[in-house]
Design a protein around this ligand. Sequence first.
Ligand code: FAD
Length: 436
Amino acid sequence: MCIVGAGYTGLWTAYYLRREHPELKVVVLEAAFAGFGASGRNGGWVTAESVGSREKYARGTAGVSGVRALEAALRDTVDEIAGVCATEEIDCGFVRGGRLSVATTPAQLARLHAGLDAARAWGDEEDVLSFESAKELSSRVNISNGLGALYAPHSARIQPADLAAGLASAAERHGAIIYEATPVAEIQPHLARTVFGDVRARTVLRCTEGFTAQLPGAHRELLPMNSSMVVTEPLGDAAWAEIGWAGCETLGDEAHAYMYAQRTADGRIAIGGRGIPYRFGSQVDYRGVTAPETARALEDILHTMFPVTASAKLDHAWCGVLGVPRDWCAAVNYDPATGLGWAGGYTGHGVAAANLAGRTLADLVTGSQSELTTLPWVGHHSRTWEPEPARWAGVHGLYTLYRTADRLEAQPKSSARAALAGALGRVGDLISGIPH
Ligand SMILES: Cc1cc2nc3c(=O)[nH]c(=O)nc-3n(C[C@H](O)[C@H](O)[C@H](O)COP(=O)(O)OP(=O)(O)OC[C@H]3O[C@@H](n4cnc5c(N)ncnc54)[C@H](O)[C@@H]3O)c2cc1C
């Protein structure tokens, strides 16, 4: 078995393949080093959030019950990751504090209630999602502009690079062989071509998510979407006394161009958002440098939510790419005839999903029939992205709409501006097909 890419998808697949089938030879080819991609630099949310549109998945043969099964499997995945971290002694600061989706404007609050109604219509009960008033929210986390929140218990915080490194070691302990600094130039049935020579295998799995567009023949499959992060210096006890956040919930807002944050194990706040969303021609910035205006925008959000951080230094800023399919629905695919498979397109929710995808790929390639192989994202196909310059114009147009809507929502001043903001946000959702 040959796996291309040593991020969470490739590493989890290698781990489960070797753990369950020690007779298999499993080789991972990685262009840089294990965890170089999004897996080593994400926001550290291990979240059971949906990885695609419920309606679109429900159109498959598995129907609505299949969607419910996928969501239940994602919730169970949070515990699965905790279990492996315990068994394999991966110290990645795992804390299962749940997830808070916070409304910071009246328009966000309205979206939050609409989201809860939609979730209830799908059968999500209190144990999956519940509403918290501004007062209840502030007893968890003191957010100066917090108007209310949705709380989802199936979510945990981790240090992402520690999980990637620990997982790579665990996969190697179980017998997988990881070749770092080994870029794959081309993937064909039973073949991965590298500068050092060809690797021939019955199965070749492409686990390159945000980098997939760089491979021949896959240019328009997954759009490399950029996401940027900054992290403060460790905050003092007085600041934490003011902020609270003792439960280490993963924290996001309901803006169209949303932010995500966590309280880190070493007492910092790490906060991320979209920044420059996309580079022309699906290019990837391998250096991970964040534009200064993006870092400033994230700092502004941080200071507005937590005024006590106003004098805190930002210690680091970075960015990375995640993979977005045209229909915003993640997929796991394997074709026994060619031995080719892939998983990804998690649209920013890949930390838990990559574990589920890895277990599913392992079942698919070994021909094991399981509940996982019947989930509706297995065999799901999205159409490809538009050619350039339409792709660039579409993504940048979308985020311009979203940012304008967010700005108007933050200072609506009149009901006409508020209505315009709502309309812009809905137009954006329609253009993109982003599930809300
Ligand atoms: C800044 C940021 C924040 C995020 N925050 C969260 C979050 O909080 N929660 C969440 O659920 N998701 C989050 N995500 C998304 C999540 O991190 C990813 O979906 C997930 O890590 C994808 O894992 P992967 O293994 O599929 O891809 P990656 O981690 O990107 O790994 C792909 C690997 O393939 C290698 N590779 C690429 N091309 C080749 C080649 N030709 N040959 C050999 N190797 C190759 C790369 O070097 C890389 O190591 C975030 C993403 C980013 C960028």
